[in-house]
Design a protein around this ligand. Structure first.
Ligand SMILES: Cc1cc2nc3c(=O)[nH]c(=O)nc-3n(C[C@H](O)[C@H](O)[C@H](O)COP(=O)(O)O)c2cc1C
Length: 214
C-alpha cells in the first residue's frame, strides 16, 4: 500500500513538473504536417510565370537533391543546371527542326507552347554513370528536388522525353556536349523549374496497389 502511495506521489510530482512520460503520439498524416502536405500537393507544372528562379533557391533545392538516398552512397550522378534563355530557346528550335514530319511535331504548334521543357525558365538535368541502381538513385534525387522546390513555392515537372527524343539523338548532340557531363555519364531525366502559373488538380491515384501482407 505504502509502495503504491509512493509511486502515485512520484507520478503526480512528475506531472506537475511537466516531465511525466507522454503517451506515444499518433503521427497520423494531417494538414499540419508540412512534409506530408508538400508531398500530397505537388503537381507537375507546365505553365510558368515569366520570372527567373533566384540562384539561392536553386542552390538549396539542389543540395536537397544531392542528399537523396543512393545505393552504397556511390553518388554515380551528375547535375547540370541551365538558366540560360538562349540555351533553352536554341535547344527548342533544334528539337522543333528534328521533329518535322513526326508525331511529336504537334506539341510545337500548341498555342501555349513556349519551350521544349514544358515552358519552364530553368532546367535541371540529372545524369548518371549507368549502373544497376543509378536510375533509382536519380529518381530519388529528382523526388527530393521536386519536393524541396514545392516547399519553397516553386513548381517543377520531371521529364524524360526531351532527353530521350532530343538530347540522346543526333539532333541534340551539340546541346548534349554543351552540358558537359563527365566521360561515361549521360543524362537520364530533366526537371523544369520555375514559379508556377497554374494549379492543376491531382491526377487520380490507385490506392489498390497497396496490400498489407498478413
Ligand atoms: C520519369 C518521368 C518521366 C516523365 N516524363 C515527362 C515528360 O516527358 N513530359 C511531361 O510533360 N511530363 C513527364 N512526366 C510527368 C508525369 O506525366 C507526371 O508526373 C504524372 O502524370 C503524374 O502527375 P503529377 O506529377 O502532377 O502528380 C514524367 C514523370 C516522370 C516521373
Amino acid at each position: 500500500m505504502r509502495k503504491i502511495f509512493m509511486a502515485a506521489a512520484i507520478y503526480l510530482m512528475a506531472v506537475s513538473c511537466g516531465t511525466a512520460p507522454q503517451a506515444p503520439e499518433q503521427n497520423v498524416a494531417n494538414d499540419k504536417n508540412e512534409v506530408i502536405e508538400t508531398i500530397l500537393s505537388r503537381r507537375s507544372i507546365r505553365a510558368y510565370k515569366d520570372q527567373a528562379v533566384p540562384k539561392e533557391l536553386l542552390d538549396q533545392v539542389l543540395e536537397c537533391g544531392v542528399y537523396a538516398a543512393n545505393a552504397i552512397n556511390a553518388q554515380q550522378w551528375e547535375v547540370r543546371v541551365v538558366m540560360s534563355e538562349e540555351w533553352i530557346n536554341s535547344a527548342t528550335a533544334a528539337a522543333k527542326e528534328a521533329a518535322k514530319g513526326t508525331p511529336t511535331e504537334a506539341q510545337f504548334n500548341d498555342p501555349s507552347f513556349k519551350n521544349l521543357f514544358r515552358n519552364a525558365p530553368a532546367v535541371i538535368f540529372i545524369g548518371h554513370k549507368p549502373g544497376a541502381y543509378t536510375p533509382v538513385d536519380c529518381g530519388l534525387m529528382a523526388g527530393n528536388i521536386m519536393l524541396a522546390a514545392k516547399s519553397l513555392g516553386l513548381g517543377t515537372v520531371c521529364m524524360a522525353s526531351p532527353v530521350r527524343t532530343f538530347l540522346l539523338t543526333e539532333a541534340g548532340a551539340s546541346h548534349l556536349t554543351s552540358l558537359g557531363f563527365s566521360e561515361g555519364y549521360e543524362p537520364l531525366i530533366c526537371i523544369g523549374i520555375g514559379y508556377p502559373d497554374e494549379e492543376p488538380a491531382a491526377k487520380p491515384r490507385n490506392m489498390e496497389v497497396i496490400k498489407y501482407v498478413e
